[in-house]
Design a protein around this ligand. Structure first.
Ligand code: IMP
Length: 191
């Protein structure tokens, strides 16, 4: 079995990615690798932040690893919250506070379209490779559903009438940005 460190402290992401990977690859979380750091996300793009996370962990461990950075990109808000998705309502703010700010900013916008974009950065044999996954959809004016995390309760992917928060993990994976990026990563690792 191939071991890969996944450079995240977000357990939701770990669960989603483990559900996609199956048994061929073993994901080791930062916690399991004994690494207790908050990885910085100082940059203006998902690509640079993903690279920052994977290279930080590679430099600490010398081991193959990957990271991902995801943002919700809304055209009516000039691409915001985008790379700031986790901190949209301010540093250390909750998912609920971020959703509230998003819904307030969207209230009078006609264009409700949005997309999630995930960038994965893989460090393998000291080289970096990147993979992208996009899920298009729309923002609804009030929260629906209890599952998932982040903006899931207000995002409906194209092709569904349910928010991500109304779906189980398998159903979310039929549409998910993260799953699409992971599929590219897996195809690359299987080559
Ligand atoms: P990061 O990739 O950990 O920086 O995530 C940024 C933020 O985007 C998270 O805090 C969530 O609010 C949001 N986010 C990332 N992935 C998802 C998702 O799959 N569903 C809903 N929100 C997400």
């Amino acid at each position: 079995m191939n071991h890969l460190i996944f450079a995240t402290n977000n357990q939701h992401k770990v669960d989603e990615i483990r559900s996609v990977l199956g048994t061929k690859f073993n994901i080791i979380t930062l916690k399991e690798a004994g690494i207790h750091i908050d990885i910085p996300e100082p940059h203006d793009t998902l690509e640079e932040n993903a690279s920052e996370k994977s290279t930080t962990i590679f430099n600490l461990t010398g081991q193959d690893c990957f990271s991902e950075d995801t943002g919700l990109e809304v055209p009516a808000l000039n691409g915001e919250p985008g790379v700031k998705s986790a901190r949209y309502a301010g540093e250390n703010r909750s998912f609920d506070a971020n959703i509230e700010k998003l819904l307030a900013n969207m209230a009078h916008k006609e264009d409700k379209t949005a997309r999630f974009r995930t960038v994965i950065s893989l460090m393998l044999d000291k080289k970096e490779y990147r993979f992208e996954g996009i899920c298009k959809g729309r923002i609804i004016p009030e929260k629906k559903g209890e599952n998932g995390f982040g903006y899931d309760p207000v995002f409906i992917p194209d092709g569904s009438e349910k928010t991500f928060a109304q779906m189980g993990m398998e159903e979310k994976n039929q549409y998910s940005h993260r799953k699409k990026a992971m599929e590219k990563l897996i195809a690359f690792l299987n080559k």
